[in-house]
Design a binder for this molecule. Sequence first.
Ligand code: NAG
Length: 423
Amino acid sequence: GQIGLELNEKVCVGLEGTVAEYGMLAKEDIDEREVLFTVPRKAILHQESSKVSGVLDKEKITLDSASSWVPLLLALLHEYTSPQSFWRPYLSLWNDFRKLDHPMFWSKEERDTLLKGTGIPEAVNTDLDKIHKEYSDVVLPLITKYSEYWTPNIHTLDLYTNLVAFVMAYRLEDDDEDEDEEDKAPNPPMMVPMADMLNHVANHNAQLEFTPESLKMVSIRPICKGEEVFNTYGQMANWQLLHMYGFTEPFPSNSNDTVDIPVSNFFTAARDFELSLLDEKWRLLNQIEGNDAIIFGNQGCLTDSTLNTVLKVFCMSQEEFLDLKENEGWEEDNDEEDTATALSNEGLPKLKTIWKKLIHGAARLTLSCYTESNEVAEEKDDPDKMLMEDKKSLAKLSSRQQRALHVRYGQKSILHKLLELTN
Ligand SMILES: *[C@@H]1O[C@H](CO)[C@@H](O)[C@H](O)[C@H]1NC(C)=O
């Protein structure tokens, strides 16, 4: 088309034979490292390629106080509703963002019941608060000021919220080399035609590559005729996929599924044992590690150095702890690889008993959060497990119920496995 997308003849974009509404299919066998399509930089919609880029530039100082998504969202508000927009051919493919069915479009009650314990209801509440606040504090004053581009009657909070879902699901960020510069602002998001036609799976067969002139989708292994071409949005747990993109990978196909165990659950679990100075240890841990969650995946702990610290501090003798506090220093006696191995599925059964008991207790507490009654059923008696095994009942579930089940069941499976490994 006019914006210069180049599509390899061996693939096509279609509505049939793909996992979601749109998808890309191989029409012929494809080799590894073939370029499937190229999107030139000028075909990418971002804050600087929009008609409103001048205004966004002029209001830079106001916009700097808001999240890095706001300029793109303002551009989208204008381009999505402007009949003369250069981006019309691209944006007209999207006529109903609610079809993405992100949990933010579910009722609060649906989220709180279907997704209880998964962490999603809390994440969505945070999002919605932020969306409301940013719309009223930053977006509304600005669009009122520039009536040649926006009208509050058309560019409502509702449209804004829908566009947030669109950006959540299809944005890309330039991957630059110096990611580890900590203070650097995140790269602003951008919308890339064609790239958003591909679906994601953990076990993907293509990936996006960035060059100064263009973005290229490249096959990373041979793809057979008739197969769907899958990109990756990164290593994503099902709860993250549902929260950000609206879909899940049906259990057990997501090899990157994870569950979070709040550090506070280790503290609560520790109360059952005779450990010295627990409250003081907890205060110190909050200072050195913050209150992040411990993440477990299918192969073991993914935040092993934090978990190692938490367990070590809780299990210290009074003497060791006072010594640690006095020296304010923290000697890392294990090398990173040892810690990762020790806290992997292979290492967990070999840990010392008290460490296993703490992990066991924390996993059990986490499992109790999925039900109203806070009861932990044996794995074999878990109603979700029975549901997963009953194809007939499974087929009767609504799409929301099914996706929620895949998130819950994936998380609970990792927790049950953890109970077993630390028994
Ligand atoms: C994520 O999934 C990919 C593809 O299945 C796999 O190669 C990789 O090891 C997984 N990563 C983790 C942390 O499980």
